[in-house]
Design a protein. Structure first.
Length: 142
């Protein structure tokens, strides 16, 4: 298969991944395209039952640990990791209000998402760089 033929089929591959079975739509998916890892992360509406207290976060998180993501505001995305750990990604200040409602894409250089290196891409084509991660610790509301 020539490179031009493969590139012509690329939009179809992304379309097939986006419109799987209804139960499959809420799973984190990984695709390799020309030795580049692309991760599609579905976003669920926030269902805050706790108040979250921010603590110092890591510099990187492993992509294999990502289980889900929540849109907490226009400039924050909360990742739920294995073990129910929750990490908030703060996006850069000049980031436009992106529509992550249907999910977003990550393209890490390795098997980790790192601050000030990786970007979150919306399905509409916009992108924002991750400025820092904050660990979220639940605090029960009174």
């Amino acid at each position: 298969m020539t490179l031009a033929a493969f590139l012509a089929l690329l939009p179809m591959l992304f379309g097939m991944a986006a419109f799987g079975a209804p139960g499959d739509r809420m799973q984190v998916r990984s695709v390799f395209v020309e030795d580049q890892l692309i991760i599609r992360v579905p976003v669920r509406p926030s269902q805050m039952q706790f108040e979250w207290v921010e603590k110092k976060g890591p510099k990187c998180i492993p992509t294999a640990a990502i289980r889900a993501a929540f849109l907490s505001s226009t400039d924050h995305v909360d990742f739920v990791l294995a073990g129910r750990q929750r990490i908030r990604a703060e996006l850069d200040e000049d980031c436009p209000a992106l529509d992550f409602y249907e999910g977003f894409y990550l393209s890490p250089e390795d098997d980790r998402i790192c601050v000030r290196r990786d970007v979150i891409r919306s399905r509409m084509g916009g992108s924002c760089r991750i400025e820092r991660f904050r660990q979220l610790v639940p605090k029960v509301r009174n």
